[in-house]
Design a protein around this ligand. Structure first.
Ligand code: WAQ
Ligand code: MG
Length: 260
């Protein structure tokens, strides 16, 4: 088994008015993706990741990094969270739905507000923010990058079954890959004891469905979580105050996990 990861970015330079010299460069995240594959699938997976990076709605990257790495550890097997789609007509309504759900999971107002600040910020991150559910403190070591959930995949027959189920639930084929990937990610995160909930908004200007996920309620899709053309988005995990933070981050980033 192989872990394949892709990230694409572009540098944005701020030019000095007088000299025209680039002063400061910030890396803007365009696209990222990851999965676990058999050796025979490596070429195809890389080709599709490259295509995704080069045709992304967030813009043209000037750097694409692909990492292909053999997995030595036996992956842990997990099951998928159940999926449902909620009714929601606007970002304001979405915020109400999410706030109510998070409150019912005993997440403080402070933590909820911090979560929305991350999700609505123009400075999008490559990874996720980790927020302590009482104090609202952000505990990811790198606040610009965040924590990237990685080394997760889905077994072939489970994927086939899921595709059929999602198609049956009228999720159209252009969305299918995205929903599957998000669901696998959310299922890996939910398999951590110390992650109580996750909220996700895509940072793609053309994708306006997000979700809230938890062990209690599963993966709840929320249409119109943002408006078309908006560039903000992100992921936040609400964490138990007593969590072993290093252990949690290591699990999310490094532990191979396969959905069966
Ligand atoms: N680990 C941690 N955070 C991530 C990861 C990852 N592997 N991938 C993306 N993020 C964060 C990052 O901050 C991005 O800016 C943000 O999430 C959004 O990523 O059922 O497409 O890949 O229809 O744009 C949800 C599907 C789609 C909803 C989410 O997210 C549905 C999506 P994107
Ligand atoms: Mg994106």
């Amino acid at each position: 088994m192989w872990s394949i990861r892709m990230r694409a970015s572009k540098k944005s330079g701020v030019r000095d008015q007088g000299s025209g010299v680039r002063q400061r460069q910030r890396e803007i995240h365009i696209s990222g993706a990851e999965g676990i594959y058999d050796e025979s699938e490596i070429r195809k997976a890389c080709e599709s990741y490259i295509k995704r990076a080069l045709t992304h709605s967030r813009g043209k990257p000037d750097e694409i990094i692909i990492t292909i790495e053999k997995i030595r550890q036996k992956p842990k097997t997990i099951s998928l969270l159940p999926v449902a789609t909620l009714k929601c007509s606007s970002p304001e309504k979405a915020r109400e739905i999410i706030t109510q759900k998070l409150k019912s999971l005993d997440i403080s107002k402070k933590a909820i507000d911090k979560g929305f600040a991350v999700l609505n910020s123009k400075k999008t991150m490559r990874g996720a923010s980790l927020i302590l559910l009482k104090s609202g403190r952000r505990i990811e070591p790198d606040k610009e990058r965040g924590v990237r959930v990685s080394r997760m995949g889905i077994e072939k027959s489970a994927e086939k079954k899921l595709s059929e189920k999602l198609s049956g639930a009228k999720i159209n084929t252009t969305r299918l890959r995205r929903v599957k990937e998000a669901l696998v990610l959310a299922s890996k995160a939910a398999s951590c004891r110390d992650i109580i909930a996750e909220v996700c908004i895509s940072d793609d200007p053309d994708y306006t469905t997000g979700y809230i996920a938890s062990k209690e309620s599963g993966y709840l899709r929320i249409p119109n979580i943002k408006r078309e053309k908006e560039m903000h988005g992100g992921r936040v995990f609400f964490i138990r105050e007593t969590a072993d933070i290093a252990g949690l981050i290591s699990y999310l980033e490094r532990k191979p996990v396969i959905v069966i």
